[in-house]
Design a protein around this ligand. Sequence first.
Ligand SMILES: Cc1ncc(COP(=O)(O)O)c(C=O)c1O
Length: 437
Amino acid sequence: MNYVDWLNYKDLEYRQGILYFANLNTLDIAEKYGTPIYVINEQMIRKRYKELKYMLNLVYKKNRIYFAVKSNTNLAILKILSSEGSYFDCSSTGEIYTCLKSGIPPDRIIYTGNMFTDQDFEFSVKQDILVNLDSFSQLKRLAKIYEKLEKEKILISFRYNPEFGAGHHPHTITTGKDIKFGILEHQMVKVYSKAKELGFKKFGIHQHIGSGIIEANDYEMPVEKFLIIIEKIIKELGIHFEFVDFGGGLGIPYHPETDPLDLNRYSDIVIKKFKESIENGEIGEPCIFIEPGRYISAESSILLTQVNTIKDNGFKLFAGIDAGFNTLIRPTLYGSYHHIIVCDERDKEENSKYDIVGPICESGDIFGKERVLPELSEGDYLTILDAGAYGFTMSSPYNSRPRPAEILINDGNTFKIREEETYDDLLRNQIVPDYLK
Ligand SMILES: Cc1ncc(COP(=O)(O)O)c(C=O)c1O
């Protein structure tokens, strides 16, 4: 894909030197709302959701997409996806609460947590939320909570750890013997057998191999292993599965030289392989679930920011901006690449190389090293791309910097969907003991 097409793929284009996002002038947005600010393109969320739904429907109609809420928890985003018919994958009771608040019914939520507390179980059982367990030891505790609350034990699911995985960073690979997630092969039959014995009547099965996977081939081995274990459980226990959940992990092209994930290949490796197992009569006819977060939300958002300092220290040029790793932590946390471009390239001198850095009091507060950009001046606006997944949700008020606002673009109009925090928000829950007053 050439560079212009790559930008267009993300709904970005330069018109007479000014950057437009979702058909809106980014300078106008920055000036109207201030920076730093997350700007979200509703159409992009719908588009990416529809791409995945189309891919699934082509092969197997009994499918559901569970949006991984951890990637973006904004209520407006959840509403948009709800209106598309999405289901929701939650990793905490806080995410479940958020979904319920946005009007999502409990039967559209799956709770794939880890290290569950009894309080987590009580919360989800009370709300009739399906729990996806990832440890044998949790099963008896969950069953007890069902009994205590006098709720019927119907559907339960377990997360399998196939030991093969992938991800954009070691911390996002979620499989392997030394990884905390999921249940290893040798315990899989045992957990379903125990669940049956404890009175659960319906079963699902799940795996999630990692996050930020741009090579569809990385799914091949884990999917093969997954289908084998499913068959084995069915054969040994005589149960059938209501659903098979292949997790998320579908990556996006953060770098202009990276092509988008090949969805046809993903479909061949994951969806068609699953369909083959059904056709071979090996696994019954379960519903297929996938749990994408990043694929749907990442490219929907840009982070607009303003250059406040151009610093030439004699060795290199720094462009200091008003967003920091408190605003978007991925570059600092994972060394992740986020493409950065100017909002206005008119009347710009030749290219220069900058380290783009934030205002946080840490040397690691770097968005990009030696980025080639048109010569920058203090006051210029920059756009950081692909900020919609694990962007705002991983932000923090570190250095007592309030979190920014979020803006939604729909059909050429902008809507504020989150207020920027205030200094009072930062102090809201603090209590000074009387003796210190
Ligand atoms: C269980 C589970 N499902 C889905 C996801 C979504 O991953 P991604 O945003 O890479 O699609 C994650 C991410 O960590 C996860 O842990």
